[in-house]
Design a protein around this ligand. Structure first.
Ligand SMILES: C[S@@+](CC[C@H](N)C(=O)[O-])C[C@H]1O[C@@H](n2cnc3c(N)ncnc32)[C@H](O)[C@@H]1O
Length: 231
């Protein structure tokens, strides 16, 4: 399959919405994850929201109930097709879907289009150069004083909470290099929260690094970020 996500970063063994979005196991629950995002971002009924890298829209489905419009962008044909099926089946009329690379959001949307933007469990699939470009684009398409939320990012400073041994990590890393695969491991890139703080400081955006609630499935090695778009 030539899909840009399925078969490249994830290899689901069936049509499970969880497996499609790289979640294996019963500890995952889309409604709980969506509620965590909703609690942190505080969407308002008049808000125009972007779900960047929306995948199959299993989270956008819940967020759509809390805002006026939600625009989901993803480069996976398979996942956008599934998202469209969910939209139709559940009559989610305020959900708009775009098959596009995230790096094109400034062409898809005009400046200041969104009140709030979020990108969940996805920022780690971009290398450092692209992460910085993406932050700049998110800031551009989100209104001044709006909010940008980046969720579920693997924390480089807690990498050994995830791997049992450095050997396993380096084996994965070398294997990806030899196969010319993107990312330093199967999770994408490990990111130091300081990198995001420094970028925000240099662009004068207020930023908070948020630890995840310990009931969240990845709390021991991932973090969230909330940016006030004080551009
Ligand atoms: C682990 S899934 C998470 C999906 C969704 N945010 C969620 O939490 O359920 C990562 C998503 O990022 C998308 N993605 C990765 N790189 C992308 C890119 N360059 N442009 C658009 N989407 C991308 C993938 O297609 C996939 O849907």
């Amino acid at each position: 399959m030539s899909d840009k996500f399925i078969g490249k970063w994830v290899f689901p063994s069936d049509d499970s919405l969880l497996e499609q979005s790289a979640r294996r196991g019963e500890r995952y629950n889309f409604e709980n994850i969506a509620n965590d995002i909703i609690d942190k971002v505080h969407f308002e009924p008049e808000d125009i929201v972007m779900d960047l890298c929306c995948g199959n829209a299993a989270l956008a489905k819940y967020v759509s109930k809390t805002c006026k419009e939600i625009h989901g962008v993803d480069h996976s044909e398979h996942l956008i097709r599934t998202a469209n099926k969910i939209k139709e089946k559940e009559s989610i009329s305020n959900l708009h879907l775009y098959l596009s690379d995230a790096m094109n959001i400034d062409k898809l949307f005009r400046e200041d289009f969104f009140d709030k933007s979020y990108c969940y469990f996805s920022f780690q699939y971009f290398n450092k150069r692209k992460r910085e470009l993406l932050l700049a684009q998110l800031s551009r398409v989100t209104k001044r004083k709006g909010w940008i939320f980046l969720g579920d990012i693997p924390d480089k400073t807690r990498i050994w909470n995830f791997y049992e041994s450095p050997k396993k990590f380096y084996r994965e890393k070398i294997s990806r290099i030899l196969q010319f695969k993107e990312g330093e491991c199967n999770l994408g890139w490990w990111i130091d929260p300081k990198e995001i703080v420094q970028w925000c400081d240099s662009h004068r955006l207020n930023v908070s690094i948020m630890p995840q609630d310990k009931n969240m499935p990845h709390a021991h090695y991932r973090f969230d970020v909330l940016i006030r778009n004080s551009k």
